[in-house]
Design a protein around this ligand. Structure first.
Ligand code: NAP
Length: 463
């Protein structure tokens, strides 16, 4: 009876996870998707807790308390703009758990009278290799995203040869353990090599490529969980691991396309290296700036405005003011659209989430490929806290650190306005020539404050 209940709860959980992925693919159903995943996870946990195999509930309760003591503050204290780091940290913990469960299983299996089958040992080795390497790789990704480590790619002589040698040595140790499972020293060497390989894998990758790396690590963690499902004969783990693994890979492919890069390029390219601009230092050059009342006057006369949000909008939490601005302008019969770059902000879909939170209509959000042909017919491109995603160097300068990354072509609009606090650089750390063009006006200030002032001006002239 209990077994049936467990299997039923697993089946329901698996169905909810699949529905959740489906619902999360559109902003209008995303909340339902998150709820479905939460209920699915609850069913999976309850189902697992009532299994006969559980021998000690006290240890589980202790682990639950320890995990909550770390997880709850993490969820509340880390701001939304730090979601990529938080995701990296969760991957590190999840992958460590996978690796440790694999370790426990290894000692349990090798302590039995009958040697484990090569099939089980292969799944175990695969799971532990991915688990341990994902753990250290995710910690490195966290360090780079949190900027407690240099975000630039760290390159040293014979790096690739070293990486390949460690990879081959790890696989050789894994094969030896499949053939002759009982070898605790070799097992320790295998785990150590997998941990070191994870570090070396992320060291040469620059900060700008971290979103893709996170998606890839997500896929690795999913595959590891799936392999663990085979070892533990747990169907739910196999299904959820496969879902996690495949969605991680799909996301990584989407991110690669968005950055116009290949997997090999991301993993071995040393992308995102800081580079000194060919142009003079920003402080030596002049830019045109406007006060909020002047900006309001210019916007009032525009017939078409494309708002390009970026990371700065998220930092300033300016989305609600942007919504007010949208209303002011549409009341004046202007055509207002939002250009969404796939890697704007700090996580996939970052801008969509914030604009949806501020109740901007979905049909006003336009993807990069669709808005770019419209830019030459646009009166004003209003950039709010975006920098790299509108940097023409990506298109025009093959030597640029972001060369090849598709951009929203704000520079093709009739005029450009940029809301930001200073001449500070974007995530990739490079200068943006767009700010110095004749058609560009800088709107210096915090995005929320500046846009708020413009909205006030517009509201006062609306009556
Ligand atoms: P960005 O290049 O990081 O530029 C953001 C700009 O916002 C900065 O230049 C900053 O200038 C301004 N800013 C910061 N706080 C502000 C505030 N309170 N008010 C107004 N402006 C503010 O952002 P982006 O154009 O959105 O590009 C995203 C970058 O992040 C890309 O390089 C992408 O590869 C990378 N990335 C993306 C993801 C993802 O999944 N989306 C994840 C990790 C990394 P000031 O300091 O002068 O204000």
């Amino acid at each position: 009876m209990t077994d049936h209940l467990v299997q039923l709860s697993y089946l329901a959980a698996a169905a909810l996870f699949i529905l959740s992925l489906l619902w999360m693919s559109h902003p209008s159903t995303a909340r339902r998707g998150v709820r479905a995943a939460e209920i699915g996870m609850l069913l999976a946990i309850v189902g697992t807790l009532v299994r006969h195999e559980i021998v000690n509930y006290e240890i589980i309760a202790l682990a639950f308390l320890a995990g909550s003591a770390i997880g709850v503050p993490l969820a509340y204290l880390m701001p939304m703009t730090a979601i990529p780091q938080r995701t990296a940290l969760s991957h590190a913990f999840g992958a460590l758990a996978t690796g440790l469960i694999g370790t426990a299983e290894y000692f349990r299996l090798t302590g039995m009278d009958v040697a484990p089958s090569p099939l089980v040992m292969s799944a175990l080795m695969f799971e532990m290799f991915l688990g341990f390497l994902t753990c250290t790789a995710s910690i490195m990704a966290f360090g780079k995203l949190q900027e407690i480590m240099p975000t630039r790619p760290m390159i040293f002589p014979l790096q690739r040869a070293l990486n390949v040698s460690i990879f081959i040595a790890t696989i050789a140790a894994a094969i030896a353990l499949v053939v002759l499972p009982a070898g605790p020293v070799l097992f320790g060497v295998f785990v150590g090599l997998a941990l070191v390989f994870g570090v070396l894998l992320v060291v040469p990758i620059g900060g700008a490529d971290m979103p893709t790396v996170i998606a890839l690590l997500n896929a690795y963690a999913g595959l590891a969980a799936s392999a663990m499902g085979f070892v533990l004969n747990n169907k739910l783990l196999i299904i959820t691991g496969a879902l996690d693994g495949s969605s991680g890979f799909i996301l990584a492919v989407i991110m690669c396309r968005a950055m116009n890069r290949s997997f090999a390029n991301v993993l071995f390219g040393g992308f995102g290296q800081l580079q000194t601009s060919a142009a003079g230092a920003a402080e030596d050059r002049t830019v045109r700036s406007l006060a909020p009342d002047e900006t309001a006057m210019t916007l009032e006369n525009a017939q078409s405005v494309v708002i390009i949000p970026g990371y700065g909008m998220a930092v300033a939490q300016a989305q609600h003011k942007i919504h007010d601005l949208y209303q002011q302008l549409t009341q004046r019969q202007a055509l207002v659209r939002f250009a969404i770059h796939p890697v704007a902000g700090r996580m996939p879909g970052h801008m969509n989430v914030l604009l949806a939170e501020a109740n901007i209509p979905y049909d006003a959000l336009v993807e990069m490929e669709d808005i770019n042909p419209e830019m030459p017919m646009t009166d004003i491109a209003l950039i709010v806290g975006a920098n790299d995603v509108v940097n023409p160097a990506a298109r025009d300068d093959p030597k640029s650190a972001i060369a090849g990354m598709p951009i929203i072509e704000a520079d093709k609009a009739r005029s450009v306005m940029v809301v930001k606090r200073s001449m500070g650089k974007g995530f990739s750390g490079i200068e943006n020539e767009l700010y110095f063009q004749d058609k560009t006006h800088m709107l210096f200030g915090d995005a929320k404050d500046y846009v708020g002032s413009v909205v006030k001006e517009l509201a006062s002239t609306a009556a």
